[in-house]
Write a protein that binds this ligand. Sequence first.
Ligand code: PLP
Length: 381
Amino acid sequence: MSEAIAFSRPFFGEAEAEAAAAVVRSGWVVGGPRLAEFEQRLAAFCGVEHAVGVSSWTTGAFLVLHIWGIGPGDEVIVPSLTFIATVNVIRHVGAIPVFAEIDPDTFNIDPADAARRITTRTRVIMPVDQLGLPSDIDAIGGLARRHGLRVLDDAACAFGSRNQGRPVGGLADATVFSLHARKIVTTGEGGMITTDDSSLAERLRRLRHQGMSLSDYARHGQRPTQFESYPEIGYNHRITDIQAAIGLAQLNRLDDILERRRAVAARYQAHLAGHPVLIPPHVPAGLAHNWQSYQVRLREHTGWSRNEMMDRLFEMGIPTRRGVMAAHLEPPYRHEAPSLPLTESTAALTLQLPIHPGITAEQQDRVLRALDRVAAQIASA
Ligand SMILES: Cc1ncc(COP(=O)(O)O)c(C=O)c1O
């Protein structure tokens, strides 16, 4: 019997296991040299001055908004078509999410719609590089500059992607990546903030560690002994050196990870071009996609629901996920949300196909055959 197809799976090898074990053996498992190295490598990769590791995307984005002083009464423009974490952090700081429409071809925020939603209370625009495809950050950045707003790039899924050759991570006032298991580079859980703003980076380092003025790493081995102070109230949003060591091993294989994902996506794209039932994702010129996810849209004329399609594929042994959710339809946000027809139809009609660096050609063949069988069933219905 052929092996079950995983929808998503981290691409780990012995190097990650060995790197984690080495940190455990060293005894310095948090706030140590591996974290410093991981941060330096990530900052260099993104072409920015600073990278600050945290426990997740969510805690990282929260800290950025908090340090920027975003709070009650302030508005943050955000697409609704996103994982709900993007919106939740706005509420965590007490601010108001203002939902913007997406471009249904790219699944990313529509800058023209974002512009229409700016008010005197708007402070931040938060584009999302959805599924790894960079958003139109130049248009969003221009808009923000004209209105005196900041840009926080939700690049949870977009590590390794590029916009006109420039790596995501250096294209906004601050960018936050996720290192969760479904992401391109994973440490199980974790997050990384990149920025050129030195004072932001300094406060991020402090606030992730209870407001401590001088980190354990900076104090280590100092003579005379240095003592820290706690000038402001902070949090525990730290990432461990075990995670950082795994992240470093993942960075060593980043090119391979991206290449394998690109190859899987290219096969899907070729097979689905002109497909009678599914519309493959569109990648605008100048954008390099990391293919964190592969999301397709069901054509509207089929008479089938997306869920029916997912059930049929499941029966054929093909795991799928629904497309990106519409956060404004969930109970915490429903009462304050406008109608967003493009977001709602996209959330209803999209599904994601298996993609990860370890998927074999034989497994992908099975996915492609199943898609064709479903198309034939629809045609004969
Ligand atoms: C677009 C987006 N933003 C934020 C997050 C939250 O990331 P984390 O789980 O690291 O907090 C995710 C996670 O899937 C995401 O896809």
